[in-house]
Design a protein around this ligand. Structure first.
Ligand SMILES: [Ca+2]
Ligand SMILES: [Ca+2]
Length: 282
């Protein structure tokens, strides 16, 4: 094995990841005025400043909660959508069901509830500095995907040959290159975006499989876990793009998560170099 191969920067390293998320600082502190969504093949703009049915929820908020912007009492239980949300009730389930009872709450709904409960902001706006504060109160929102120890089979051998072979194989696996940036797809998500996204997710899945088939020496266990975690997180960040209209806060959170992903990939590069030095692989 030639030395050159082992020292090549791995294609899932920070540099490539950065190209996907590079534009993230350009739109900091931008306030979102509206959400756009395709309904029956028509592009509809839902404003955070307009409330067509005068129920106290802006048209954009109705999109986020799933209530109807043109019906003031979506679930017909005599309480308006706005009153329900302001008191923590679910506007699309009649009776006393609470928003917190929903099995899955979008990040945006959690953020709006947080604004209401902790900031006393009843007319929620999506602002970066507020999202920043929200996320720092819930660091788990930025967690990368975990890879369970027992999901990785390792050989007990730490022979130099095996480690060298493992690292050489790792260097051959890459994430797809040259696709549009995350922010670009997020800001203009349309029918073609679905294709681009599915194509990307399919390729990421292949990279994951490539990793799963490797013979992993015990000494490289953390490296293997790290790479799998990166690929899985990368995939979940892009999967969330499908819901970007209903869950715009998740997109902002994902961009923050991408920074952690880049840091993690740099850590793995360090672990790899340590392994190369420790076992004197050349
Ligand atoms: Ca409304
Ligand atoms: Ca109601």
């Amino acid at each position: 094995m030639k030395k050159k191969i082992l020292f090549l920067i791995f294609a899932i390293g920070g540099a490539l990841l950065f190209t996907y998320f590079a534009t993230q600082n350009q739109r900091n502190n931008q306030q979102l005025a509206s959400l756009e969504k395709v309904v029956d093949n028509k592009q509809i703009v839902y404003s955070f400043y307009e409330d067509d049915d005068l129920d106290g929820l802006s048209n954009a908020e109705e999109t986020i909660y799933g209530s109807k912007p043109e019906v003031s009492d979506t679930d017909g239980d005599t309480y308006t959508d706005g009153d329900e949300v302001k008191n923590g009730y679910d506007p699309i389930v009649a009776g006393s069901a609470r928003l917190s009872d929903r099995n899955t709450q979008s990040a945006t709904i959690q953020y709006f509830s947080w604004l209401r409960e902790n900031k006393n902001i009843l007319e929620p706006q999506i602002e970066n500095f507020l999202i920043e504060e929200f996320v720092s109160s819930r660091p788990e929102l930025l967690s990368l995907e975990e890879i369970a120890d027992d999901s990785i089979s390792v050989t007990t051998s730490n022979s130099k040959e095996l480690i060298r072979a493992y690292l050489a194989e790792v260097n051959k696996i890459s994430l797809p290159e040259g696709l549009v940036s995350y922010r670009e797809i997020a800001s203009d998500f349309n029918k073609e975006s679905y294709e681009t996204l599915n194509d990307l997710l399919g390729k990421i899945e292949l990279s994951y499989l490539d990793f799963s088939y490797l013979e992993v020496p015990l000494a490289a266990k953390e490296i293997q876990k790290g790479y799998l975690s990166i690929i899985k997180t990368f995939s979940s960040i892009f999967s969330d793009l499908k819901y970007n209209k209903e869950d715009p806060v998740q997109i902002e959170i994902n961009l923050k998560k991408a920074n952690k992903l880049i840091e993690r990939s740099q850590e793995i590069e360090r672990l790899k170099l340590e392994l190369i030095q420790k076992y004197e692989i050349s």
